[in-house]
Design a protein around this ligand. Structure first.
Ligand code: PFF
Length: 479
């Protein structure tokens, strides 16, 4: 059989944009601002930045190098490097396969909200209100309705499938070229709007000024346990935000050219991702803060992460802005659609590339096969709050369960085993050689070797334990 030629990016910029587009997603928008607010503003930001530059750098560089070295996606990459390690690829491929279905369902919710804000902006009729918990009702009646969440999820899945079918250059690259500049523009415009709003100063201070509440006990003493908790909270966020341990960076790395410097690319991807996370904080925290003060809601309560923040609190906040609220809401949800779509596309591509590499299928056939699987799995998350709301797994709805099993359990396990594999089996030299393959010199060699052999696996074990304890509410890990 004729060997199918591997797709490639048209250049280094296209690769950086694609990886950044993958990284910038719901994690930046609904997780980072909340964590920063809860964990002491500037203090959390400094700890997060330090982690991105060290642990994030190590893990992302490893994944991209594995992809480029083997020219394979996650499923088959590890067997290529060492026989007997194929299980790691299988384990890792389960992650995007479980995430895409629920991520697309959330993408469907976002489309529904964007549509509602367009309607509100053009007709002037307020579908969600500031008072009487209307936005809460609007959200719960939507997610519990029998067909709508599934229908909007299907729209999101079909749109993502179309991009994947078109391939790496014509699909992923071109769609990023349209969506990413609009996303950046919206993020900057909304941030400027928020910063210049009268009274936003206190919220900005609450977000950016370092305070020690995440490191000190109620009587003001420094606590090592609280430092550990903050560190692990930031590590979990870094993982989520940089799209690590999902096979995405391996797949995207496998489309990269040898001459490009992996080290430089990683630094740039991290800068983009962190910049958008910081902007998301500026967009969200000051308005939620103002709203909380105005309505007498405790700030911590108003700042809750996840769907509640995006689909209930923010609509209340937008409604409180008066006639401009519908336009701000429209711009915001357009930004969220693009952030979610570019991330979903990368997760989907990680699955399709694995199917292509394993079964030696053409892209179209692999997309049909994977798409059908994603569509079927998405039914659980789409109906989990409605028709199937009585069914729970370990006390969680389907969507929450898929999120828990991937982000809290599988991702630290896969990342930890990957570090052990690279650090002790194939040795860091194999990755360093790949980074220097195109004639470029890797600057952080000694640092990388130390991280991948010792610190990264240790942190992964700690993260796994803390995430499981948090989810099962053991030992007071409430954040
Ligand atoms: N990095 C993306 C985000 O921050 O949303 C993509 C992503 C992360 C998707 C984690 C899903 C996930 F569970």
């Amino acid at each position: 059989m004729e060997k199918v030629k591997r797709a490639s990016w048209s250049g280094q910029v296209a690769f950086i944009l694609a990886a950044a587009a993958s990284a910038i997603g719901l994690g930046n928008l609904w997780r980072f601002p909340y964590l920063a607010a809860q964990y002491g503003g500037g203090t959390f930001i400094v700890i997060y930045l330090a982690l991105v530059m060290t642990l994030g750098f190590t893990l992302m560089l490893t994944e991209i190098s594995v992809g480029r070295k083997t020219q394979q996606s996650q499923l088959t990459a590890y067997t290529c490097l060492s026989r007997g390690w194929g299980f790691l690829g299988f384990l890792g491929t389960v992650i995007p396969l479980l995430i895409v279905p629920y991520y697309c369902v959330i993408g469907g919710w976002v489309i529904y909200y964007f549509k509602a804000y367009c309607q509100m902006a053009f007709t002037g009729v307020n579908l969600m209100g500031e008072s009487a918990n209307l936005s809460g009702e609007f959200f719960s009646s939507f997610i519990s309705s029998p067909f709508a969440p599934f229908g909007y999820g299907v729209i999101f899945i079909f749109a993502s499938s179309a991009v994947i079918m078109l391939g790496v250059k014509n699909g992923i690259e071109k769609s990023n070229l349209v969506m990413m500049p609009i996303l950046f523009l919206m993020a900057i415009l909304i941030s400027v709007y928020v910063i210049t709003m009268p009274g936003s100063g206190d919220g900005i201070k609450y977000y950016l000024v370092p305070n020690m509440r995440c490191l000190t006990t109620a009587d003001g003493n420094f606590s090592i346990a609280l430092l550990g908790k903050t560190l692990l909270g930031a590590t979990g966020q870094m993982f989520y935000s940089l799209s690590l341990a999902m096979g995405i960076m391996i797949t995207y790395g496998s489309y990269m050219k040898k001459g490009d410097s992996i080290e430089k690319c990683v630094r740039r991807i991290e800068i983009f991702d962190t910049l958008v996370a910081l902007l998301a904080g500026l967009m969200i925290i000051p308005v939620v803060y103002l709203f909380a003060v105005k309505t007498g809601t405790p700030v911590d309560e108003a700042m809750k992460a996840g769907p509640g923040l995006m689909f209930i609190t923010l609509p209340k906040v937008f409604a409180s802005l008066g006639s401009s609220g519908a336009y701000v809401g429209m711009a915001f949800f357009l930004l969220v659609i693009f952030a979610a779509a570019t991330s979903a596309i990368s997760l989907y591509e990680a699955c399709v590339a694995s199917v292509c590499d394993l079964l030696k299928l053409e892209r179209k056939a692999a997309t049909f096969f994977t798409g059908a699987l994603i569509l079927s799995l998405s039914t659980f998350s789409a109906l989990g709050y409605g028709a199937w709301s009585k069914v729970t797994l370990f006390g969680m709805q389907f969507l929450d369960f898929f999120d828990f099993i991937t982000n809290s359990v599988l991702m630290p396990i896969v990342a930890g085993i990957t570090c052990i594999f690279v650090g002790w089996v194939i040795k860091p030299r194999a990755i360093i050689d790949e980074c220097e393959a195109g004639g470029t010199t890797m600057k952080a060699k000694a640092f990388y070797s130390f991280m991948v052999r010792y610190l990264a696996p240790a942190l992964m074990v700690a993260l796994l334990i803390s995430e499981v304890c948090r989810a099962l509410k053991i030992g007071g890990w409430s954040i």
